[in-house]
Design a protein around this ligand. Structure first.
Ligand code: HEM
Length: 164
């Protein structure tokens, strides 16, 4: 009886670990895909995660990181002023589902769960209601968990200085 229980628990733990490894190896592949300050262009799985120095982006600079105009066709998305490298995710490249966000500060659109270009690059979050703030928080956590941070957005930091 006890042995069966142990076997079942073992199978669950094994499956959970397997799923976790699948997910983290994808994440490492994205994270190791190179950056624009480095001469390395390899993205082999065995390569350790590259150290990059986070830096400030202006909105104008960020706009170039749309997968078309950027160095190495990199795609960056800003959420709450944190700039994430989302290159290769399959969501933000040209003609992909969420390409609207590529190269933009996206907090208000994510908070309101609307794909409206007019909601991009808005730095003022003070008009969001509690539900929208929650929605934004969970999206922010999702991005932090999944993507590498490459820097911060100057205009957002300036607009929200007092909240930091
Ligand atoms: C009918 C409406 C929608 C459906 C069925 C839907 C479905 C999904 C699904 C299934 C995922 C997870 C994909 C995955 O991890 O493989 C996802 C992720 C996401 N969705 Fe939606 N979505 C919808 C609307 C929206 C809207 C309106 C927005 C934006 C305001 C949005 C923004 C996002 C973002 C940012 C992600 C995360 C992508 C990432 O991991 O980088 N979605 N959506």
């Amino acid at each position: 009886m006890d042995l069966w229980l142990l076997l079942i628990i073992g199978a669950f733990v094994g499956a959970a670990f397997f799923i976790y490894r699948m997910y983290t190896s994808q994440k490492t592949a994205t994270k190791a895909s190179g950056d624009d300050y480095s001469s390395s262009s390899s993205d082999s799985d065995s390569e350790p995660e590259e150290e990059i120095e986070e830096r400030e982006f202006t909105l104008e600079e960020l706009h170039k990181y749309n997968g078309i105009d950027s160095p190495e066709k990199k795609i960056y998305v800003s959420v709450c002023g944190k700039v994430f490298d989302v290159t290769g995710s399959g969501f933000y490249g040209p003609n992909e589902t969420y390409d609207m966000f590529a190269g933009h500060e996206s907090s208000v659109a994510l908070a309101k769960n609307e794909l409206k270009p007019s909601l991009l690059d808005q730095m003022d979050l003070s008009s969001l209601n509690a539900f929208e703030k929650d929605q934004l928080n969970s999206m922010f956590s999702h991005f932090e968990f999944k993507y590498r941070v490459v820097g911060w957005l100057k205009e957002f930091e300036e607009a929200n200085k007092k909240d930091k």
